[in-house]
Design a protein around this ligand. Structure first.
Ligand code: NAI
Length: 259
């Protein structure tokens, strides 16, 4: 079994991914700004370039050349303290970590990256926003300025998830011939502290509560973790560049004709 780094390991989906992969016999290196005793060995703030560099160096030191998987779960939602933070964590906190750990991933068999996107990436407001271009252009300063002036966390969130999904697919196309697989899992509503905070938010809570998936319930973190486990495994050896919706049918309900 192999060494897999997981961001957002202290809570929700990330913690469930750690649990699932550890039960399969993998060695886990958890990364989070919060501490927990179970899986989080790397304490890092992925919202800043310095925090990401520190995280990358610490993971490399712990993995000792054995890293074969990276799962990027860390993220903040619409209740984050400011709209710019959403873009820094959800986009640059993923892309810079993947870039920084790629050389280590290549040293091992069946290297794979899974990025946690969101069904929100498909929202109409995500694609056309200028923030998407600045994110994909790698310009964090400009992105943060755009996010701050728009001051609309729901746009920052949807745009960050759309951009990170596009980026992952571009990477899959570019890196495929070197053997690195990159896939995106796009959850719908999942019962975690992030989702609970959205439901309680006076601005967005009612809309979040009304948006119920066809299956009639929110998902559990373990249901997302099982999908991540499949995409990391060799059973998914021909799967790369895919966006797998794990959303109780939400995407099918909203956009049945787009896939
Ligand atoms: P959560 O709040 O339970 O867990 C997120 C984790 O990320 C926390 O442990 C937090 O400390 C960590 N984190 C946040 N900012 C960080 C930073 N700057 N540096 C290091 N770690 C940081 O949330 P949840 O729901 O488990 O979210 C995981 C991912 O799933 C996120 O990317 C989120 O956008 C995505 N997602 C969640 C959905 C939901 O309904 N829960 C739906 C769709 C996507």
């Amino acid at each position: 079994m192999s060494v897999i780094a997981v961001t957002g390991s202290a809570s929700g989906i990330g913690a469930a991914v750690c649990e699932f992969l550890a039960n399969q016999g993998h060695t886990i290196i958890g990364i989070d700004r919060q501490t927990d005793e179970k899986f989080t060995q790397v304490s890092a703030d992925l919202s800043s370039p310095q925090g990401r560099v520190a995280a990358i160096e610490h993971v490399k030191a712990l993995a000792k050349g054995q890293l074969s998987g990276l799962v990027c779960c860390a993220g903040v939602g619409v209740t984050a303290p400011d709209a710019a933070l959403i873009t820094s964590v959800n986009f640059f906190g993923v892309t810079e970590l993947v870039e920084g750990l790629k050389s280590d991933l290549y040293q091992n068999d069946n290297p794979a990256v899974v990025v946690i996107g969101s069904v929100a990436a498909t929202a109409q407001l995500a694609g056309p926003h200028a923030m998407v271009d600045t994110m994909l252009g790698g310009d964090e300063t400009q992105t943060r300025q755009l996010a701050q002036s728009a001051n609309a966390p729901q746009i920052s969130y949807a745009a960050s998830k759309y951009a990170v999904t596009c980026w992952a697919r571009q990477q899959a196309a570019a890196e495929g011939n070197k053997g690195l697989r990159i896939n995106v899992v796009a959850p719908g509503a999942v019962e975690t502290p992030l989702h609970q905070a959205s439901k309680e938010d006076p601005r967005f809570g009612e809309a979040v509560k009304k948006f119920v998936a066809p299956v009639g319930r929110a998902g559990q973190p373990a249901e997302i973790a099982a999908t991540v486990g499949f995409l990391i495994s060799e059973q998914a050896s021909f799967v790369t560049g895919s966006v797998l919706f794990v959303d109780g049918g939400m995407d099918a309900m909203v956009r049945a004709k787009y896939f």
